[in-house]
Design a protein around this ligand. Structure first.
Ligand code: GDP
Length: 472
């Protein structure tokens, strides 16, 4: 089929497969990765059907420069447990109620939008934490413009602080540091800044580029200043969207409500979502019967960066799924059905992420530039040594990036990050947690375990040279 599509002899396709180390027969199914590589060899680009479908949906709608308007930034709060994520989000939500906008924020719908004294708006994802953030990113959602990294000043930069920073960095999301709990007598913000500096995250008053703000989430101190800094960051990003088209966005959360049927909170990325629109989200669809904002007020439309609860879908799409608006219900149903079929088919063959084996093959055809790795180990010294050695394997053609390194067991969070960043996980003298192993199998993430640093380095090196023995 592939040979036919490209109009080349089938023997050439088989030959190409063999040249990259894959022995195939004429009627064998190829995985998506191999198809990509082979097609590229013949000068073709491949696209997944589902992606093609989504693109087609909006192909007729181009953005005119004059239609682009500034949209509020979408912000996620991340940090170590108990450092104050929830308190900060609550404070912002409640302070806003006092500021007297129509109706208090009474509902937790997964996100909320607040207006500051300056009149500008910010949208907060109400499900804090880097796990949720990266899980959504793994599904293709780009629902965070800026991350607030919160660190308690009476504590230290903790393992999950480091994780949060690395998750945000891997996604290329700018960070603003909130140094919390400064009302406590034991608070020592300078110590936190020093610890950040040691990780190469220099805050502004230490001469660096990262904005930071000392706050007390509990007492509301410094929160306004923090939000102003977030807006400053937003200005630099120049966030714009075109409200004059059919809406596109992401699912934030979904559930089945006893009285109302399936309810989903969606975040509009561009376009305007309206009552009665026909929505397609993942493998579900439906006509919007009602829309509510976070103040439980019925609304008729939602503009870019506005979170809204919608009623009327025929199921519960997953957080991070993209949604689109279509012309007819029939069209929506057809695409949903096709996606379901595709998903079932993909489910049969486990969708594989990058493995060390693939690397050599892809390098051989020259379409590989970056190798992302996550390094976990039993002691700090070996983690640092291994990470350094791996980075030093970089060549002019291939950059090795250590996107996260830490002491400890391989966790689910590591696997989710690997899936979202197409990374492999290298464990030194550590094992994956049971749940992490299960997750890795499901996502097709490769975990490689070593007990000798030299072995780890040699294997990655061999893979990069295209010489890894194929049996491992
Ligand atoms: P999360 O786990 O990051 O969501 O942290 P929480 O917001 O639940 O906060 C953990 C604990 O720290 C709670 O007991 C909060 O009351 C307390 N806390 C949060 N912010 C502050 C603060 O600014 N000052 C003080 N003194 N306590 C705080």
């Amino acid at each position: 089929d592939l040979a036919n599509m490209m109009d080349v002899p089938v023997t050439k396709v088989i030959g190409t497969c063999m040249s990259i180390g894959i022995m195939v027969s004429i009627n064998q199914r190829l995985d998506a990765e191999t198809i990509n590589i082979v097609a590229e060899e013949f000068g073709f680009k491949t696209e997944y059907v589902s992606a093609e479908v989504v693109e087609a949906i909006n192909a007729d709608e181009e953005d005119n420069e004059e239609d682009m308007v500034t949209r509020p930034p979408i912000v996620t709060v991340m940090g170590h447990v108990d450092h104050g994520k929830t308190s900060l989000l609550d404070n912002i939500r409640n302070a806003n109620v006092i500021a007297g906008e129509a109706g208090g924020i009474t509902q937790h719908i997964g996100a909320y939008n607040v207006k500051l004294k300056s009149g500008r708006r910010i949208t907060f994802l109400d499900t804090p934490g880097h796990e949720a953030f990266t899980a959504m990113r793994a599904r293709g959602a780009k629902v965070t413009d800026i991350a607030i990294i919160i660190v308690a000043a009476d504590d230290n930069v903790m393992p999950q602080t480091v994780e949060a920073i690395n998750h945000a960095a891997a996604a290329g999301v700018p960070m603003v540091f909130a140094i919390n709990k400064i009302d406590k007598p034991s608070a020592n913000p300078e110590k936190i800044k020093e610890e950040l500096a040691k990780m190469n995250y220099l805050v502004e008053d230490w001469g660096g580029k990262y904005q930071s703000q000392e706050i007390s989430a509990k007492k509301g101190l410094g929160v306004e200043e923090l939000l102003e800094k977030v807006l400053l960051e937003a200005d630099m990003l120049d966030l714009k969207a075109n409200p004059k088209k059919r809406a596109v966005g992401s699912i934030i959360e979904s559930s089945l409500d006893k009285g109302r049927g399936y309810v989903s909170t969606v975040l509009v990325e561009s376009g305007t979502l309206r009552m009665g629109d026909i929505v397609l989200a993942g493998t579900h669809h439906g006509k919007i019967k009602a829309m509510f904002n976070e103040r439980n007020v019925r609304i008729e439309e939602a503009k870019p960066s506005e979170p809204v609860l919608i009623l009327g879908l025929n199921g519960a799409p997953q957080a991070g799924d993209t949604f689109n608006v279509l012309e007819t219900e029939q069209e929506a149903r057809e695409i949903a059905t096709r996606r379901e079929q595709l998903q079932r088919e993909l489910g049969l063959r486990t969708q594989k992420m990058l493995t060390l084996d693939d690397i050599g093959r892809r390098i051989a055809v020259g379409n590989f530039q970056e190798l992302n790795v996550i390094v976990k180990g039993d002691v700090d010294g070996s983690v640092e040594a291994l990470a350094d050695s791996l980075i030093r394997l970089s060549t002019p053609e291939i950059q090795v990036n250590v996107i996260h390194k830490a002491v400890g067991q391989i966790s689910e969070s590591d696997v989710v990050l690997a899936a979202a960043s197409n990374a492999i996980i290298i464990g030194f003298q550590v094992r994956p947690a049971v749940a992490a192993r299960r997750q890795a199998d499901k996502e097709g993430v490769e975990i490689r375990l070593y007990s000798i640093i030299y072995d780890a380095i040699e294997e990655v090196k061999s893979a990069m040279e295209g010489m890894l023995s194929p049996d491992i």
